[in-house]
Design a protein around this ligand. Sequence first.
Ligand code: EPS
Length: 388
Amino acid sequence: MRYLTAGESHGKQLTTIVEGVPALLPLTTDDINQSLLRRQKGHGRGKRMQIEKDLVNIAGGVRHGYTLGSPIALIVENDDFKHWQDIMGEDPIDLDKEIRRTVTRPRPGHADLNGAIKYGHRDMRNILERSSARETAARVAAGAVAKTLLTQLDINIVGYVNEIAGIKAQEKQELSFDEKVEISETSPVRCLDQEAGQKMMAAIDQAKADGDSIGGICEVYVEGIPAGIGSYVHYDRKLDARIAFAVQSINAFKGVEFGLGFEAARRNGSEVHDEIIWSKETGFKRKTNNLGGFEGGMTSGMPIIVKGVMKPIPTLYKPLQSVDIESKEPFNASIERSDSCAVPAAAVVMEHVVAFEIAKAILEQFPNDQFPKLKAAFDQYREEVRCF
Ligand code: EPS
């Protein structure tokens, strides 16, 4: 299973093609829309999210609520395009007559300058339109297909926020999966610790008032996955490595950790590795889950716990020094519109990119053109793992 995305932030639409999904998987427009609408929420989002109402148009690969086995085409229109038709049109324009809103002032921390140098664009709109995190709507659409597949296999996945601007949520691993979903869904910052959530909202309001932006840490929790998904035999088959790649590729993400993550460097081996236990009912388990559900690039059967670090968004009202690429004059960057914090939305994006990598690994391990047969093979494997 693989996917491609296309589309610019203020262009007509985002397009996603997901290829390799087996036939006969139940899939509805609503399954995808629920994910898209979750991504749009979150305290700290800017004015753009009031313009957009992300709803998918399934334009191929699904009929009467089931996948066909053919490529699935997913379209999300940009409502804002109506304000940008002249600027973002695909056909040539008369540069003397028409407005272009040419961008020659790169934002520090954004793809603007490096992208312009690499692709030879003198108008950095050609960079920022595609490097914008608007593209994550297309990734969530693909991930929603994967999530639907995982749900059918009784694998549950949820993303939430652990930290914003240094305000840390209390660990809440004692909560059930359903409680994690319920609490994060009702929190405006998608946080499981309500007290910390209030402080995070205050920090976001302060950043907005200061014309600044703030980042944070998202966590994705996956339960119901048996041991042995992924592989140790080759570097590019390690599932934790693939998840790390997918998470790091989310716009503005700067790092990934599993379980204890970097803290493992500060502890002895005896305080890191998860001791093995066995019971007739559950089979093999670990006493703890410091390694976040992975050993040797494979799942251990414990919940997957992965964190991703998002830097503050580089589009700031507060000026930072930069240099105009035409005049070579220094200037203080200033912009019209931005999100002061998109960490809650990023938690939803992360949930979906992780879902995609897990579903992809399962499809590789239990290949079948027909989803019910894949499910039967997977369920049988789960039982074998329990009885091992
Ligand atoms: C973004 C800038 C803002 C965000 C956008 C990402 O958009 P605009 O430039 O239109 O104000 O709202 O995020 C989305 C549109 C979205 O759907 O998440 C950027 O520069 O990365």
